[in-house]
Design a protein around this ligand. Structure first.
Ligand code: SAH
Ligand code: TRP
Length: 328
């Protein structure tokens, strides 16, 4: 099949004033709960995206390296199994592993379109420009959007679609939202479409905890950055230095939990919400979970979303898995 060529690059945005609303709603909901909490998508302003890229290079953070190796070893098979002409990438970030997939699709002669989707406008624009230049003839259709709300805005598929959701980002959702998100991904797979899902695997807590408590303190800065975001966007007055980074493996839930702990009692005002919030000394704010998977957990979540696994790829030490799934 000959790929259809389109205009080289476009980036459409579905985030607007409306989305300050989402942050405002999330902060209002999250900070008034008995166990304070913020959802993870607000980490990724320009600084947050930069810090995340730095996390990916840390010696303790094995996930990015391992997932890259898995993709390198199996990209040709993935291209052959899916026959994909387009790659949609959810939470693409700076898309450092994406070339492995694009190269395999190009070698198979099917590659026609790449669609990075991310809430971070800076990264979508940068990746769109870069890939349009590096892959002549590739149509790049970037989407600055929230993948929990805006998947319906994807262009119609040009042919068999591959949706990549890498980096273990699916693990950052609680079990219910995780299944809801997977189900909504299932709805935009299109005819003959596949999902390529990267998940971190359950392993010794020592290894997991080190990945989120790096010795250089980058993860701590990343975690604390969310308070800068709330200060800037909603006129809050968090004293960022008065909080410390906490990350631990919850063995019951099999997830890493990231929190910010008040070093001493704090009073915070959030101007845009006319909200006053008190933190007791050592009170914690949950900022992120990162679920770790067993093959069974993954199967169950995908099945609950109406999908089945076609192939599962992992590294020799079974640290990380990349699964290829389709509608059952
Ligand atoms: N895929 C890359 C980046 C993972 S970091 C990798 O594997 O290294 C998670 C990415 O998802 C960030 O770039 C963040 O901006 C994006 N993201 C998080 N929540 C999102 C949401 N709700 N909608 C769209 N993008 C989101
Ligand atoms: N998807 C990544 C993960 O769960 C996101 C991440 C890595 C992260 N390190 C972090 C999120 C530190 C918050 C804080 O591994």
């Amino acid at each position: 099949m000959k790929p259809i060529l389109e205009a080289a690059v476009e980036v459409r945005s579905h985030l607007g004033p409306d989305d300050e609303r989402t942050l405002a709603d999330d902060v209002l909901d999250g900070l008034t709960r008995p166990l304070k909490e913020l959802p993870p998508k607000h980490f990724y302003d320009a600084r947050g995206s930069e810090l995340f890229d730095a996390i990916c290079e840390l010696p303790e953070y094995y996930q990015t390296r391992t997932e890259r190796l898995i993709l390198e070893a199996n990209a040709d098979e993935i291209a052959a199994l899916t026959g994909a002409v387009e790659l949609v990438e959810l939470g693409s970030g700076s898309a450092t592993k994406t070339r492995v997939l694009l190269d395999a699709m190009a070698a198979a002669g099917t590659l026609a379109r790449y669609a990075p989707v991310d809430v971070s406008a800076t990264t979508v624009h940068a990746v769109a420009e870069l890939f349009a230049e590096e892959y002549p003839g590739l149509s790049v259709a970037g989407l600055v959007a929230d993948f929990e709300r805006h998947l319906a805005h994807l262009r119609k598929p040009l042919g068999p679609r591959l949706i990549a959701f890498l980096g273990g980002t699916i693990g950052n959702f609680t079990p219910g939202s995780r299944r809801r998100l997977l189900r909504s991904i299932g709805k935009v797979l299109g005819p003959g479409g596949h999902l390529l899902l990267g998940t971190d695997l359950v392993k010794e807590p020592r290894v997991l905890e080190a990945a989120y408590n790096d010795s250089a303190g980058v993860t701590a800065q990343f975690n604390l950055n969310v308070l800068h975001v709330v200060n800037r966007e909603l006129g809050a007055n968090f004293d960022v230095g008065a909080f410390e980074h906490v990350a631990f493996f919850d063995r019951e839930q099999e997830w890493i939990e990231m929190r910010l702990r008040a070093r001493a009692a704090q009073h915070v005002r959030v101007e845009a919400l006319d909200l006053e919030v008190d933190f007791a000394a050592r009170e914690e704010l949950r900022t992120e979970i990162s679920a770790k998977f067993t093959p069974e957990r993954l199967c169950r979540d995908l099945a609950a979303a109406g999908m089945e696994i076609v192939a599962r790829f992992t590294d020799p030490d079974e640290r990380f898995a990349v699964s290829l799934a389709r509608l059952a």
